[in-house]
Ligand binder design. Structure first.
Ligand code: AMP
Ligand code: MG
Length: 484
């Protein structure tokens, strides 16, 4: 077998408590149903090999590449506020691939069977949720938001028992790493300071190497992670993405979006929107995402306290100072993004009012989030409630005046808007339709079209009504479920 790839596993240089060597379970009849040839190319992988019978054996975990040590990673986490020991309960890290640009990526099989961290679970995944992760993660990539990627989905030939019986599947996930806030919590809670330090040093070298030689490097590290998350969450808010399960085990230190279980994009704008069926309190509602990110980061800061200063009080002070910066960092990224969405190049003290007024009208008139900004970009109003609103007409006048006061031309302003206001997002009804056809009829054509459109969401040359139209009234109360 010559797949011409070499997998490393630098994670094995960490103290052994951080992982367990774990082979993926063998599956009866692996079948490759989705292969991401674009991503394969970026990673320098040989698509012909991986689509062959031998390649599928590797992707399904039935055969492990020579000289590799697959592992399951240990981590803990706060789930809906409660601390628990977790770990890869249904995933195995095959190894790390280094691209020709010297970028290192984890190649992980999700749904590959039980591990020592499975607790009561079967270690398996089902086809619908894995395809859903594929669609939405690739959609996020198209939108320009940092995300783990999906290299492949395979069916396993197994039948998995959930509320009904479902086809078993494996997702081949690619991530800058799977080091989570929860990995640091695990180290802080269950290991010694030396081991925590080893994890921090490893993580800094892998993701923030420019600060490794700095004085107070752990403080800088915390600062950089806070900044990266502030930018990421602003990115989510700006496109109306609701993650749904922002537990500390689902926040990765690299700053990528990870774990596409109950996530969904908002259609009608409302700050309190929640899709996840298990989020009964609305803890992870759209408007709470920045606050919850800050909460998660405070857990990271706590875990890092032993490294921040020899004096505990001083260490806590440092942690607090860094966490306190989240809110301003986030707002700066968000206002910056909102200004661009409105075609505004420079800051003006009136912007906050202008932006807040628009959002207020969107709530009042139940406007579609994406299409409101798309309409502004195209200089049109398609939404029935907004068309008949004089308040909205007045707002439009104010906005146009503000745009005209800029030195930059209206044409440049429109181009700026085109570059940040998606015309298509993974709309829930289109995602469901694609999944239904794939899972029930083994017909992947709708999914292929959707994924292909989502690769160019800022393409204003080829407008495609089918993917732009919001769902009808019947879609109200759309619910998502964790991908187990
Ligand atoms: P998630 O909700 O996907 O973030 O998973 C939370 C935790 O539950 C992680 O430790 C997972 O590995 C574990 N988990 C989720 N589903 C399963 C399953 N079917 N079997 C074993 N562990 C699981
Ligand atoms: Mg998770």
């Amino acid at each position: 077998m010559n797949p011409s790839i070499r997998l490393e596993n630098t994670y094995l240089t960490l103290p052994e408590e951080f992982y367990t060597a774990q082979l993926p379970s063998k599956v009866p009849s692996p079948n490759l149903v989705k292969w991401n040839s674009t991503l394969a190319k970026e990673l320098g992988l040989d698509s012909d090999f991986f689509q062959s019978k031998e390649g599928v054996l590797v992707l399904s975990g039935n055969q492990v590449l020579e000289d590799t040590t697959p592992i399951a990673e240990a981590y803990a986490g706060h789930q809906f506020g409660y601390f628990t020991m977790l770990g890869d309960g249904r995933a195995v890290l095959l190894g790390e691939i280094v691209t020709k640009d010297e970028e290192r990526y984890d190649i992980q099989l999700k749904g590959s069977g039980r591990t020592p961290y499975s607790r009561g679970g079967d270690g398996k995944a089902t086809l619908g949720p894995m395809l859903r992760e594929y669609i939405i993660s690739e959609g996020m990539k198209g939108l320009g938001i940092p995300s783990t990627r999906s290299l492949a989905v395979l069916t396993t030939g197994e039948t998995i028992l959930r509320e009904t019986t479902l086809p078993g599947a494996i997702l081949v996930r690619v991530a800058k790493s799977h080091i989570r806030v929860g990995t640091f919590q695990f180290a802080n809670q269950f290991l010694d300071t030396e081991e925590l330090k080893a994890l921090a040093d490893y993580t800094i070298k892998r993701h923030y190497k420019e600060i490794f030689e700095k004085e107070e490097k752990y403080r800088h590290f915390l600062h950089e992670v806070v900044k990266k998350q502030a930018k990421l969450i602003a990115g989510w808010q700006l496109v109306g993405f609701i993650h749904g399960v922002m537990n500390t085990d689902n926040m990765v230190i690299s700053g990528e979006t990870i774990d596409y279980g109950p996530c969904a994009f908002m259609d009608t704008y409302h700050p309190e929107t929640v899709f996840s069926s298990i989020d009964t309190e609305g803890r992870y509602a759209y408007q709470n995402q920045p606050k919850m990110a800050s909460w998660d980061l405070a857990r990271l800061a706590e875990a890092l306290v032993p490294l921040l200063h020899d004096n505990m009080e001083k260490a806590i002070e440092i942690a607090q100072e860094e966490i306190n910066q989240f809110s301003n960092l986030y707002l700066t990224f968000w206002y910056d993004g909102m200004r661009k969405k409105l075609g505004l190049f420079h800051e003006n003290e009136m912007d906050e009012d202008l932006i807040r007024a628009l959002l207020g009208l969107m709530v009042k008139y139940e406007a579609d989030y994406t299409n409101t900004f798309r309409d502004l970009t195209l200089n049109q109003t398609t939404q029935p409630n907004l068309i008949s609103s004089t308040e909205y007409q007045q707002w439009l006048d104010l906005w146009q005046d503000r745009r005209k006061q800029q030195e930059e031309s209206l044409d440049d302003s429109r181009k700026l808007m085109e570059s940040v206001n998606p015309t298509v997002i993974p709309r829930n009804h289109r995602v469901e339709e694609a999944l239904e056809r794939a899972v029930t009829n083994q017909d992947y054509s709708a999914m292929d079209s959707l994924v292909s459109v989502l690769q160019n969401p800022y393409d204003y040359e080829n407008l495609n009504d089918y993917y732009v139209t919001p769902p009808g009234e019947t879609a109200c109360g759309y619910r998502t479920f964790c991908g187990t």
